[in-house]
Design a protein around this ligand. Structure first.
Ligand code: SF4
Length: 371
C-alpha cells in the first residue's frame, strides 16, 4: 500500500533535543492531561515509569474506544494517525520503552491495514529501535480500562485488577507500562511541536436526537447554547447523557461546559461524549437501554457489579412496566449507590450514575410510570 505520510517527525526530533526530563517538563508546562476520561497529568504518569528501574518498559496506546456515543479516536486514527504514532514514539523515547502496542477496538479493524503501513514507514523514518504492534480488541467494554487492557495483551481474560500497583510501576508482565489514550498521544506530539498549543481544546463526540451529529472541537468553558446551535435539533432537547457512564444532565443553555460545572450536576464528562435526548423521550426508557448495556458488559469478576447490574436492570424494568411505587424508587436509589460504592473498577463504580442523576434531575419522568 502506497501512503503519503502527513508528518516529518519534527515533534520527535524536538523531543530528542529536550531529552526525557525535558519532555516531562514540557508536558507539564503545556498542561497535557489524559483525554480518555481521567484527566491525569500525562507528564506525571510518564515520570513514574521513567524513574522506575527495569530491564524492560512498555507503552500502550488505548484505542479501544467503547464508550457509547464516543467516536473521536476513530476520526483521529482515520485522519491523523501519524501524529498519534509520533506521540507513541515520543512516549517510548521518554520512558525508555522498546515495545509498544496499539490496542485497537475490534470494530475498528478496517483501519488496521493502513495503520500498520503508517507504523512501518514512521518507525523506519524515526531511526528508533522500537516496535509498535496492533492488538485487536475482542469487543469487551471493560478492555478500555487500563489494567484490563494489560491483562488482555498478556493473553488473559480482560479483567480489571486491583490498584496499586499502578501500571507505570507494574504493568505488562510486571514491568513499568504507560497506557495513554489516542487523543492524549496526539496531543503530546502537538504540545511539543507548537508553543501555542491550547490545552483547553477538546474533541467532543456529539450524537443523539440531533441533526448534525459528529466530532467537534471546542474549548472547555464553551456554552451549552453554542453546542446546541451547532448540532441543531427538530424537537426541544431536554437532557444530555455523558456516554452511558457519566449520567444525565438537564440542558441549561447558559451553562459553561467545564469539569467543575458538570461535576456539580452529579455527572462525569469522561471523554466528552454527549448524547442529546429530546422531549419525546422518557428518561426511564433511556435508562432501561443503559441498564441492559451494563448488565451485558459487566466482566463478572466482582459480586456487587455482576449481580448488582442485573438487579438494577430488573428494577428499572419494573418502573418501565408501571409496577413500581414511590418506595421502590427509594430502594432503586439506595441500590444504585450501593453498587457504585462496593464495585471494584470504574465500570461498576459508575453503573448507578444514570439512575442517580435520572432520579435527581428527571424525577417527573419516573413518576409518570408509577402505578
Ligand atoms: S466492577 Fe464490574 S467490570 Fe469492574 S471488575 Fe467488577 S464485575 Fe468486572
Amino acid at each position: 500500500m502506497q501512503i503519503e505520510l502527513k508528518t516529518s517527525l519534527k515533534a520527535l526530533e524536538k523531543a530528542k533535543k529536550l531529552g526525557p526530563k525535558g519532555v516531562l517538563k514540557r508536558l507539564d508546562k503545556m498542561g497535557v492531561v489524559g483525554r480518555g476520561g481521567a484527566s491525569f497529568p500525562t507528564g506525571r504518569k510518564w515520570k513514574i515509569a521513567l524513574e522506575t528501574s527495569s530491564d524492560e518498559k512498555f507503552v500502550i496506546c488505548n484505542a479501544d474506544e467503547g464508550e457509547p456515543g464516543t467516536f473521536k479516536d476513530k476520526l483521529i486514527i482515520k485522519k491523523n494517525a501519524e501524529t498519534m504514532i509520533e506521540g507513541i514514539l515520543i512516549a517510548a523515547y521518554t520512558i525508555g520503552a522498546k515495545r509498544c502496542f496499539i490496542y485497537l477496538r475490534g470494530e475498528y479493524d478496517h483501519l488496521r491495514i493502513e495503520l500498520e503501513t503508517k507504523i512501518k514507514e514512521i518507525i523506519k523514518k524515526s531511526g528508533l529501535a522500537v516496535t509498535i504492534e496492533i492488538i485487536r480488541g475482542a469487543g469487551a467494554y471493560i478492555c478500555g480500562e487500563e489494567t484490563s487492557i494489560i491483562q488482555s495483551i498478556m493473553g488473559n481474560r480482560g479483567h480489571a485488577m486491583y490498584k496499586p500497583p499502578y501500571p507505570p510501576v507494574e504493568g505488562l508482565w510486571g514491568k513499568p507500562t504507560i497506557v495513554n489514550n489516542v487523543e492524549t498521544l496526539t496531543g503530546v506530539s502537538q504540545s511539543i511541536l507548537f508553543d501555542d498549543w491550547d490545552s483547553s481544546l477538546r474533541l467532543f463526540s456529539l450524537s443523539g436526537n440531533v441533526e448534525n451529529p459528529g466530532v467537534y472541537e471546542f474549548p472547555l468553558g464553551v456554552k451549552m447554547s453554542k453546542i446546541l446551535d451547532v448540532v441543531r435539533s427538530k424537537n426541544k432537547i431536554k437532557a444530555v447523557s455523558f456516554g452511558c457512564f457519566g449520567g444525565f444532565m438537564k440542558i441549561k443553555k447558559n451553562m459553561e461546559i467545564t469539569h467543575e460545572n458538570i461535576c456539580k450536576e452529579g455527572c462525569q464528562h469522561g471523554a466528552f461524549s454527549m448524547i442529546f435526548i429530546d422531549e419525546t423521550h422518557n428518561i426511564v426508557d433511556v435508562s432501561y437501554t443503559i441498564a441492559k448495556f451494563y448488565t451485558y458488559e459487566s466482566c463478572g469478576k466482582c459480586t456487587p457489579c455482576r449481580e448488582g447490574t442485573i438487579r438494577l436492570l430488573e428494577r428499572i424494568k419494573q418502573v418501565k412496566e408501571g409496577k413500581a411505587t414511590k418506595k421502590d424508587l427509594e430502594l432503586l436509589k439506595e441500590f444504585a449507590e450501593h453498587v457504585q460504592e462496593t464495585s471494584l473498577c470504574g465500570l461498576g463504580q459508575s453503573a448507578g450514575n444514570y439512575i442517580l442523576t435520572g432520579l435527581k434531575h428527571f424525577k417527573s419522568d419516573y413518576l409518570e410510570y408509577l402505578k
